[in-house]
Design a protein around this ligand. Structure first.
Ligand code: IMP
Length: 191
């Protein structure tokens, strides 16, 4: 027997999937969870004995970071940066810092947690800011990588999935602030 909460949750998801704007599910919830678990294993091995600071970039990285944290059984800290760069589908190319870190990262091992690297402009900007603060180390962990649109090359040590040049939503990623709550990554049918 299903509970009201279960019925409500599944019918919400069906409603969203039936949203004509969602063209298809590209990465399922199970695939996401399996890969996030593997990334957490890699981080646990590489940062054993250290206490890394995981820096999430708001708002797209929230689901990825939250799941990653659940799989990381080690001492760590988290902090957040908020960046604005996109309105709608295309990058304006102008990146602004909306919220800075709450704590110093000087001398700390920092892992920047991103939802997706597209042109690389946002990452380039954020890495410049963080490097100037002299962390002990600085690596990038991005759920998605869309290399076809790259304008600025950066080394991304941990990548969940490489995807083609399609606009995707869900699992934290949005289109005009919608669809972040989908538990999977879907592609959007663009007019
Ligand atoms: P970049 O500066 O072009 O690399 O863009 C990075 C940011 O753009 C990401 O953190 C996302 O917020 C957003 N973005 C890029 N591609 C997509 C997409 O396919 N769906 C949703 N957001 C995207």
């Amino acid at each position: 027997m299903t509970t009201n909460a279960e019925n409500a949750a599944s019918s919400d998801i069906v409603d969203i999937v039936q949203d004509p704007a969602i063209a298809e599910i590209r990465i399922s919830e199970a695939q996401l969870q399996a890969r996030v678990c593997e990334l957490a294993d890699a981080l646990s091995a590489d940062y054993a004995g250290k206490c890394p600071v995981l820096v999430g970039i708001l708002r797209g990285s929230i689901m990825f970071l939250a799941d990653l944290l659940r799989y990381l059984d080690m001492p760590l800290e988290i902090d957040f940066l908020a960046i604005s760069s996109y309105v709608g589908r295309d990058s304006s190319g102008v990146v602004r810092l909306l919220k800075d870190l709450d704590r110093s990262i000087t001398g700390k091992h920092v892992v920047l947690v991103e939802d997706i690297i597209d042109t690389g402009l946002t990452l380039n900007y954020v890495l410049r800011i963080l490097r100037a603060r002299a962390p002990a180390s600085l690596e990038v962990c991005s759920l998605l990588d869309k290399p076809a649109r790259r304008l600025v090359e950066q080394q991304i040590k941990y990548v969940g999935f490489h995807i083609p040049d399609v606009f995707v939503v869900g699992y934290g990623l949005d289109y005009n602030q919608r669809y972040r709550n989908l538990p999977f990554i879907g592609s959007l049918r663009m007019p």
